[in-house]
Design a protein around this ligand. Sequence first.
Ligand SMILES: [Zn+2]
Length: 338
Amino acid sequence: MSELKETFPTTFVVLDMEWNQPIPYIPSPVDPKTLPGEIIDIGAVKLRMNSQNDFELSRPLRLTVRPIYYRVMNKQVSRVINKSTNDLKCGLPFQEAYKLFLDFCGDDYVLCAWGDSDISILRSNLKIHGLSAELNDRFMDIQPFFGKVGENTTMQRSVNYAVDFYRIPQTDDFHSADKDAWYEAMVLKESLIDYFSMKQSEEKNKENFIPLSSYISNPNLTMQFRWKSDVFPTEKEADESAEKEALFCPICNEKLSEDLPWFASGHTHFSLWKCSQHGYLTGKIRAKRTPDQKYYGAGQLRFANASSAWYVKEKWQSILTGQDITERKNDSETVGND
Ligand SMILES: [Zn+2]
């Protein structure tokens, strides 16, 4: 295990947050697109690998945040997290709470969350409060990691499901940030234990083995590139023309090398690219119809995280083996919506 310790990160901070949402009939002080949710509760648990190579969980951090934009409790949210408008009157200002959270994190860690919605809500809250939206440069979504090492699936599972899967005793209700963070950290711990035993047993057939580093990506790489082809009479010509676009890294402008060529799955075309400095990017093309019934190809290039890169790789595999299962829902969720 000592070799593992050197090559693997030893501190993970699992973040979970609750946020209030605007109420449709109350005029919103900010554009809900800019601020889809205002953070009211921050929970975090630190998972550390100690010198005996065991995992230790810290006590959960819980910070109640006093919202200044959405101060009336949204009923749907309230039903889930069981808070009232009155509860929103107390708590720390967001800036203060975030500073305490960063102090809790320390310097050298991998930021973790379940799914990527916490990260995008956090970013919108940082921006609206005039703070830098740059996050810790290592982020890991626990959900696909659990999926891969626990069940070998790319299905999206709930925290609840994963807690049942590992038979983690449920002593508290879900849906308070600190408790959810604790359950997610427990799932991460179990998944890491599975991962390490997998690593040892799969040393012989390394091909199937996905290193932990592939699950960790830089969440600050949010730049993307979109392009459109010329207009053509058929969808096929539009797609083919869009596929000819030369692609460059949106950050450093390096010409990208092709990891997987363009291939079609249903009406969507996928590809995978690599920048030597900034890692993997997923490409996606969909033909769009013009008002006069012609077509153009609309392309999108985005930095990949673990789940979006595998999603494309698995699609490619399933095309090769003739077992393409087109999951519309995942198309938009994992690789990105238009
Ligand atoms: Zn680059």
